[in-house]
Design a protein around this ligand. Sequence first.
Ligand SMILES: Cc1ncc(COP(=O)(O)O)c(C=O)c1O
Length: 346
Amino acid sequence: MGYKGYSDFRSDTVTRPTEEMRKAMYEAEVGDDVLGDDPTVKELEELAAETLGKEAALFVPSGTMGNTIAVKLAAGEGKEIILEEHSHIYNYEAGNVSRIAGSLPRVLSSDHGIIPIEKIEENIHKSLRDHIPETKAIALENTHNFWGGVPIPIDYIKQVSEIAKKHNLHFHLDGARVFNAATALKVDVKEITKYFDSVMFCLSKGLSAPVGSVLVGKKDFIREARIVRKYLGGGMRQAGIIAAAGIISIKVMTKRLEEDHIRARRLAEGIADIKDIEIELDRVKTNFVMVKMKNTTSFDFLEKLKNYKVLALPFNDKLVRFVTHNDIDDKDVERAIDAIHSIFKN
Ligand SMILES: Cc1ncc(COP(=O)(O)O)c(C=O)c1O
């Protein structure tokens, strides 16, 4: 089955491994990584740590597992972590922040992912009495998925990191798409990651690997993370087969994300004049285009769109998300623009 022949804008997670990845996977030297014997996993972890400017890295099966391990170690049982109200960690990770990490999320509202600094500081709790759960960590998300893939600016990250330092909080980044953020902000990724104690980033989204994410941080933190990964069932054996694709994600695929951003922009501009929909053009900065339905529902619109062999994702009843990625070319974008115009033609 599948959607062969469709232009699939549902997510950058639908990307398939490139030819170069498939070849590298076939040729990968492997070993038992639980025993520490897989040279390709080691190479990926060293490359990830170096690229993000951290001491060490851990290859994990998913972004959800990477974030869960980080929250468990950074906040832990009965302790608070400050999260943005629409963050992926709070909303879309099956409740792991409490289910597995045992932590108490303190969820704060924001303007497009930016929680006012004073609000963060007001919500940091010291355990002055037995009954007050202490704040131990804070996490940001960059780019921010719910808020339309917007990059969170560096001066804001810096301000939050100063608060985190002042109050001795662990500062974690859900950087599932941190390379998209770096591309949009026109900086080396280290200029973003240097402010954080730990960062999770995904190989399997815009970077096109079939599986996997990486958690980076200090050596001691990653040593502990390895133990948590194991008891969560994430210890993988000859994982070099998939790590080989991840190496190409970092070396090659991080360099082409601008293309996806240009295509997202073209898509947004190509449909912005349709009066039945609404797009915040100035928020289209990476590979997401959020389209608001004015006179129909997301579901009706997507049913019609499917007839033109174009797929996108309903975010809610009125909001539809289009994501550009390595398996979307200029023709797909033009096909989507034409299809959307045809649907709303009076
Ligand atoms: C911002 C963000 N963080 C974390 C994740 C989790 O990644 P995974 O699907 O690999 O568990 C996602 C996945 O969409 C995401 O968008």
